[in-house]
Design a protein around this ligand. Structure first.
Ligand code: SF4
Length: 370
């Protein structure tokens, strides 16, 4: 949580940032937003506007790779075309409204949407690896018990452009993109798939399919679409290998049993070696017993699906605690020695409420939860 003086500064920045951004948002409402489009889609919109559609790929390069906010920037597009673009289009590249830096170097950004909703993005540097963790919704309606976003409720879906902008709109370099911020990708799957295409395509950010990971509670039809329509990695938030216990922390289990997603991953022809992972937040005395370990082994042995063990970050009012490091290391060791790939992920950004399960932007860019 924020200290009160930090909060005051943040709220001031947010309000000023929002007001400054209003003319920009107004323009966004009236004009076509390029961020989120693919070459075919942009070519159609260009042709409709009477602009040569052959500019589509060049424009996408400037928007996705160079992050231009204005059409005056490209030096390889004629002035008359730039004028026509200014009249009918907007790039959709929009800087964050505010940011806060953790003592470990990670940075949390707050973004606003055209509708005044807010969402958070986290940049996590770790040696040569630099990860951007993006949101796919403002809030979330899955209601997972351990998650601040879930407690905050759902306010709206982000467009593909708004998802992509979280990478293009910041100046930090990146090597990996994870869709693990606010929201459930399976609840906004069309826009998520479009964003993943932009992240991985040569005409987009060309991040490399193995560098992009979507995390889901396991909305079965959405997992099927991710497998069929993208090549990105998939992480299933598991947190318990027992359906009844899992349903207590992830209510979506009652509608979409995790076993369905595991089956889809196992049936998938993985000759291209996509990485499938299970995320397992370890809660002391809840899911860190030998019984849980045995069931995890039974479920995952021989599947090629790895386990990512994560510390638990208690939220205000929680009585539960994270499993200690020794228990987590033992869990990892037992899994690995029985042939299930596993790793322990270090906690990052907890001091700025940017660690797993802590994102909660508080609704709009005009107000913020402490
Ligand atoms: S863990 Fe993910 S799916 Fe669950 S409430 Fe939080 S953001 Fe939503």
């Amino acid at each position: 949580m924020y200290e009160s003086d930090t909060m005051v500064k943040m709220v001031k920045k947010i309000s000023i940032g929002y007001l400054i951004s209003l003319p920009y948002y107004k323009k966004m409402e009236e004009k076509k937003v390029i961020a989120g489009m693919d070459p075919d889609m942009l070519a159609i919109h260009l042709a409709t506007a009477g602009i040569d559609e052959r500019y589509a790929r060049r424009l996408l390069y400037w928007v996705y790779r160079r992050g231009i906010r204005s059409f005056s920037e490209p030096d390889d597009i004629p002035v008359r075309v730039k004028s026509a673009l200014e009249e009918r289009f907007i790039t959709g590249v929009n800087p964050p409204v505010s940011s806060v830096r953790s003592s470990d170097g990670s940075v949390k950004y707050l973004f606003g949407t055209a509708g005044g909703l807010s969402h958070e993005t986290v940049w996590l540097p770790e040696g040569r690896r630099m990860t951007v963790c993006v949101s796919v919704q403002s809030g979330c309606r899955m209601g997972c018990r351990f998650c601040a976003t879930g407690r905050d409720g759902w306010r709206g879906n982000l467009t593909a452009g708004e998802i992509v902008n979280q990478v293009v709109g910041i100046t930090d370099p990146f090597t990996h993109i994870v869709l693990m911020g606010m929201g459930e990708p399976g609840d906004n799957i069309g826009e998520v798939i479009r964003a993943c295409r932009v992240f991985t395509a040569e005409w987009g950010l060309a991040a490399g399919r193995s560098k992009v990971t979507v995390s889901t509670v396991g909305v079965t039809p959405a997992v099927r679409r991710l497998l069929d329509e993208t090549e990105v990695n998939i992480t299933l938030s598991l947190h318990s290998p027992f359906a009844d216990e899992r349903a207590e922390v992830i209510p979506a289990e009652r509608r979409w049993p995790f076993t369905e997603s595991l089956e889809l991953m196992q049936e998938y022809d993985n000759s291209r070696r996509r990485r499938f992972t299970v995320a397992y937040v370890m809660i002391k005395g809840k899911n860190d017993s030998g019984r849980h370990l045995e069931e995890l082994r039974r479920l995952l042995h021989g599947t090629g699906i790895r386990v990512n063990l994560l510390p638990y970050h208690p939220l205000p009012g929680d009585s539960e605690k994270s499993a200690d490091e020794k228990t987590m290391m033992q869990f990892r060791h037992q899994l690995v020695t029985s042939g299930v790939g596993a790793s322990v992920r270090r906690s990052r950004g907890a001091d700025i409420a940017a660690a797993c399960g802590m994102l909660a932007s508080g609704g709009t860019t005009r107000k913020r939860k402490g």
